[in-house]
Design a protein around this ligand. Structure first.
Ligand code: PLP
Length: 703
């Protein structure tokens, strides 16, 4: 008994459980209800369940399962023969330090906002799986990113429930004497202090800096309150804590770092601290820069010039004054490092430029984004053609064990020992698929879609309930909440992501009459599920949400178009596994990579996307559908009209007829052929094991 509790506590202290289906079930089986209520947080769950209760629920099967999981967990932690030991042995000794402003590891740890965070989370998990010595650095946001709820007008409201370290698997980082480890950074004329937490992610560690301690003046305690919260001033302060504070933390911990990876420009101030360390050793400036460059690699994620972090000269002067005095770096030297035009130091300081100037390699996150980035930064490198710009690309992927878990995981394990067989190579995936009948695949699809629909029903009931209580608007709609509107027999399309306007969430509503005909076709109906958050300052994004919610309440769309509140990793997992088609219609080439579509493959979902980000590399004509050919118009309205037209055409002429084209057993054979093709071509390539091994061989290992 005590060993059972001890084992469960041990498991809850390492997020490894979140990508092991059986480990997850161990927690869920105690009480599915509490499990849901605590947002799938095992630390909280264990606090809610007494020993007696635990005892009463246990049966011997549970004990056996627990033993199995514990053995797997322990073997995982101590494995010596790993991909890294075989391919990058030096990086099993020295540490890869990976800096990111957000990490999306699991929905219960709310320190992420969107795709960048999910990518960091999937990166650290694969780094652990591959056996790299790997440390992530980020901030501890006590309010996280906001929780979204809609008011009676379909307008997004935000609230910020607190998350407490003691409710999370966080450990306080201490020094050799067991005291809280505290580092400090200079901001303006002040010294700002930060303590640190650590989080176990398999074999990797994630460190989270936290300024919310009594040693700080009150306005500095809030630096880490919210993910991307506050104004420019808050942003620069966060970035100082992340970059400069992060380096100080690594140093205080005595971590021997092989390479510093800046995931996006937010952390680029870390280069200044590395430079200051060199200057303090008496190295002169040019040489110091070179030494920093030798240790840093940079990944850019933003194909839009306006999307890059920039700070005014005044703000830089104000914020860095004391830091520069202490380190002896001249203000103009600092401004030169971040200047797009080094002969004009009155311009803005651009974090991406700092990162490009002080890293030995730089990359975009898809082939297309690499091209766009080379064009965008040509002037920084004084290159005569984009081809000469030293920015490469590594296309993003997803951590398949995290995104393929649950029913899907069990399904595949019926045919193969491990999901790895599906993602290792197209050949090994083909071999697994050869054992699986069309009927079995269709059965999996049905079960996954049913699961999603059940989830939507429960979720929506809550959502309508609170809207119903607080509003009159939905009262005439209350009958809806008593019956499940969605059907597993209907072709189901999902769209969920941040509501940044370039992603054009309402594009499919461009022609309401045509959409009505499509959705209401009695023999070949379609249903749509939307979710997504707009940044709290993004009113245009909030208008998009409102438009969709208003459309969803039109009589002809009621119960056929659904908007789910509060998109997060948990909702994402349900959606990507359940829907038949995953829709993505950004303005090309503004989607650097996008990853949500990659999450659908193992579940038998199919992508329907503008040829942007990762999709032009992956699409082969048989593994999903493309919206248009990527034709670019000068005028945004013209672009929208063209892309919407293409979207409807493909939907009406290809997607819907293929889905409803059935054999004598009511199986859509051609559709399933596409599913097989998608699994074979997407699973083995667009995963983070491939991605992290590419980073390791191409950028982390120094030749
Ligand atoms: C995967 C994911 C994203 C990224 O989606 P895109 O395809 O890049 O738009 C954002 N948010 C959550 C919660 C996700 O799971």
């Amino acid at each position: 008994m005590t060993h059972i509790i001890q084992s469960l506590k041990t498991l809850s202290g390492n997020l490894w459980w979140s990508w092991d289906t059986e480990a997850k079930e161990l927690f869920k089986e105690h009480s599915p209800l509490i499990w849901e209520r605590v947002n799938h947080n095992p630390v909280e769950l264990l606090r809610h369940i007494s020993n007696d209760e635990l005892n009463a629920r246990l049966d011997c099967e549970y004990g056996e399962k627990l033993d199995r999981v514990m053995e797997r967990f322990e073997n995982y932690l101590k494995a010596e023969d790993t991909w890294a030991s075989r391919n990058a042995p030096s990086l099993t000794e020295k540490t890869v330090a990976y800096f990111s402003a957000e990490f999306g590891i699991h929905e219960s740890v709310r320190i992420y906002s969107g795709g960048l965070g999910v990518l960091s989370g999937d990166h650290i998990k694969s780094a652990s799986d591959l056996g790299l010595n790997f440390a992530g650095i980020t901030l501890f946001y006590k309010e996280g990113y906001f929780r979204q709820f809609l008011n009676q007008d379909g307008w997004q409201n935000e609230d910020y429930p607190l998350q407490y370290p003691e409710s999370l698997p966080l450990e306080k980082v201490t020094d050799a004497e067991g005291k809280d480890l505290v580092i400090s950074v200079n901001i303006a004329q002040s010294e700002v202090f930060a303590q640190a937490w650590s989080l176990n992610v398999g074999r990797a560690k994630l460190y989270l800096l936290d300024t919310n301690i009594p040693a700080n003046e009150s306005h500095y305690r809030d630096i880490c309150s919210r993910v991307y919260g506050g104004d420019q001033n808050m942003r620069i302060n966060q970035e100082i804590v992340l970059g400069i504070g992060g380096i100080k933390l690594l140093k205080a911990l005595g971590i021997d770092t092989a390479v510093y990876h800046m995931n996006e420009g937010h952390s680029a101030f870390l280069t200044l601290e590395l430079m200051a360390e060199e200057l303090a050793r008496g190295v002169e400036l040019q040489e110091a820069k070179q030494r920093v460059r030798d240790k840093c690699v940079f990944t850019t994620h933003t194909p839009v010039p306006a999307g890059h972090d920039r700070f005014s000269r005044d703000m830089m002067h104000y914020t860095f004054d004391k830091y520069l005095q202490r380190t002896g770096i001249a203000f103009d030297d600092l401004m030169t490092l971040g200047a797009e035009n080094p002969s004009d130091l009155n311009g803005l300081f651009t974090m991406t430029v700092l990162a490009l100037n002080l890293s030995r390699s730089a990359n975009g996150v898809s082939k297309l984004h690499g091209e766009v980035s080379r064009e965008m930064w040509q002037h920084i490198f004084s290159a005569s053609t984009p081809d000469e710009v030293p920015i490469g690309h590594i296309t993003n992927g997803v951590h398949m064990p995290s995104w393929g878990s649950g029913l899907t995981d069990k399904f595949w394990k019926h045919y193969t020992d491990s999901l790895d067989a599906l993602t290792a190579s197209p050949e090994s995936a083909a071999e697994v698929l050869s054992k699986v009948s069309d009927e079995a695949i269709w059965c999996l699809r049905y079960r996954l879609k049913r699961n999603l629909i059940d989830f939507v029903f429960r979720y929506l009931s809550n959502q309508l309930f609170h809207q119903h209580v607080y509003t009159r608007y939905l009262e005439d709609d209350s009958s809806k909440s008593s019956k499940n509107p969605l059907s597993p027999d209907v072709l189901t399309i999902g769209f969920a992501r941040r509501f940044a306007t370039y992603k054009r969430a309402p594009l499919i509503f461009s022609d309401i009459e045509r959409l009505t005909r499509i959705i209401s076709n009695p023999t070949m109906p379609v249903q749509l599920i939307f979710a997504g958050k707009a940044h709290p300052h993004d009113d245009a994004g909030k208008h998009f949400i409102q438009q969709i919610v208003e459309h969803a309440h039109r009589p002809q769309f009621k119960g056929k178009i659904i908007f789910l509140e509060n998109y997060n990793l948990g909702v994402a997992k349900r959606m990507v596994s359940g829907v038949d088609v995953w829709l993505n219609n950004p303005i090309r080439p503004m989607e650097a990579s996008g990853t949500s579509g990659q999450k659908t493959a193992l579940h038998g979902g199919l992508n329907f996307s503008v040829p942007d980000g990762w999709w032009p590399e992956a699409y082969n004509g048989e593994n999903g559908w493309s919206i248009g050919t990527g034709k670019v118009f000068e005028n945004h309205e013209e672009q929208d009209r063209h892309d919407a037209e293409q979207l409807y055409d493909v939907l009406e002429n290809q997607i819907i007829p293929t889905y409803y084209d059935r054999n004598a057993n009511n199986i859509p054979v051609k559709w399933i052929k596409k599913i097989r093709n998608a699994i074979m071509t997407i699973g083995p390539v667009y995963n983070t094991h491939r991605m992290v091994s590419d980073y390791t061989l191409k950028y982390y290992l120094k030749d």
